[in-house]
Ligand binder design. Structure first.
Ligand SMILES: [Zn+2]
Length: 412
């Protein structure tokens, strides 16, 4: 009766959801005391208090009281934003990767569990790109029926297949269809997988049509791009480049000049594949040759992050490409960026806070600790500016004014 635990877990999640909902109504005003706050924009506040009313931060006031949560000894910061996850990817009954391909009750429970783990790891907002199965999960969390991060999603991605992708008009119609289906953002695959060489799969004209139509519909565009596709995406006016491996310095300068966001992955996604090799190998898209290629790609990604972070004016956001095995471990990517990508820790935090929010077009609502912002607040046992591994020790999570995690911690 191994599977019988799943309905139980779901029931618990719903009960917690209801309990949390009642807490929201009962406790209108919450005061959090902290001695170290990173505000999400690169500033540090010392010895003050955050006042929350309903789902919003209403004041930063060192005299506010009475205190509901004393987070002294911890580092308090805005909930993190992961610009690129695949929240419904999981390992199936046999332990092997099933991607987002299953629509069984078990797969739905696994998705709910992924959402729970992601929130508990300090991620209060994620952009989950490229599976229609994200939609009901997004909506259930937004209704308060399930516990998880705020989700933005792309429904069906536009898969570049050269000529076969369609004419400019067909591509525009596809974009409008995603908008009608409830997409928050458009995901576009303009390159093959890097494991297969990373060549372009959409022409410049096709990319122009896709990103132009999305803009007309009021939607942002995330383009999976390597090598030449990086430049092409920026020239097409797309919002954000995902991955970006093997982009040249000139390509990176062009992104900076055009204001195109870059979302590179310094390590977690490949480290996770290598860690779970037996669970991925033989499932669609994962071959022995692919794994050999990944070992070579990892240093290329370190190199990209190193060069990107030295490119003046380039807006680098935080995205993990979390798939099965990485949900709840998203913060490992911070460690990779700092350790292997040479990124300054404060810059790494801002990339997942105010800059990440700006890239989502949500800079007025999330990503910083300031009056008027959503009360998305987390606390780490340790200070990431001096010890980046403290991102693994998330001991407090509030999302929209509701506390979901508050682990007892030692006062340092
Ligand atoms: Zn991805």
């Amino acid at each position: 009766m191994r599977t019988s635990i799943y309905p139980f877990v779901l029931l618990c999640l719903i009960m917690i959801g209801n309990a949390i909902h009642s807490q929201r109504l009962a406790d209108k005003r919450i005061v959090i005391r902290a001695d170290t706050i990173l505000d999400g924009k690169g500033n540090t506040f010392k010895n003050t208090r955050i006042v929350v009313e309903g789902d919003k931060i209403v004041a930063i006031d060192p005299k506010a009281g009475p205190i509901d949560y004393d987070l002294r000894g911890l580092t308090v910061l805005p909930g993190w934003i992961d610009a690129h996850a695949h929240i419904t990817w999981s390992f199936g009954k046999d332990g092997k990767n099933v991607g987002a391909g299953e629509t069984t009750p078990e797969a739905a429970y696994r998705s709910a569990a992924n959402a729970w783990s992601t929130l508990m790891a300090g991620f209060t907002t994620i952009q989950s790109v490229g599976s229609p199965t994200d939609l009901p999960l997004r909506d259930a969390i937004a209704r308060g029926a399930l516990v998880g991060p705020r989700i933005l999603t792309a429904v069906e991605p536009l898969m570049g297949r050269g000529e076969q992708t369609g004419t400019a008009e067909e591509i525009r119609a596809f974009i409008r269809k995603q908008k009608q289906a409830g997409a928050d953002v458009i995901k576009i695959f303009a390159s093959q997988s890097i494991r297969q060489g990373g060549g372009m799969t959409l022409s410049q004209q096709q990319l122009n049509a896709a990103c132009n139509e999305a803009r007309k519909q009021g939607l942002r565009t995330l383009v999976h791009a390597y090598k030449d596709a990086v430049r092409a995406a920026s020239m097409a006016g797309c919002t954000q480049v995902e991955h970006g491996t093997l982009a040249t310095d000139d390509d990176l300068k062009l992104l900076a000049k055009n204001g195109t966001y870059l979302d590179p992955q310094a390590g977690l996604v490949i480290e996770n594949y290598l860690l779970n090799k037996e669970r991925y190998l033989g499932t669609p898209g994962y071959t022995e040759e692919g794994f050999v290629a990944m070992i070579k790609i990892l240093p290329m990604n370190h190199d990209l992050v190193q060069r990107a972070s030295k490119t003046p004016g380039l807006k680098i956001v935080f995205g993990t490409d979390a798939v099965a095995g990485s949900h709840g471990r998203n913060a490992e990517e911070f460690i990779d960026r700092v350790r292997d990508g040479g990124v300054d820790p404060m810059t790494a935090m801002v990339s997942a806070n105010s800059l990440g929010a700006e890239a989502l077009g949500m800079g007025d609502r999330i990503g910083s600790i300031a009056p008027g912002k959503q009360a998305d607040i987390i606390a780490l046992d340790g200070n990431p500016l001096t010890d980046i591994t403290s991102v693994r020790r998330v001991v407090f999570v509030m999302k929209g004014g509701v506390v979901y995690k508050n682990v007892p911690h030692a006062r340092h």
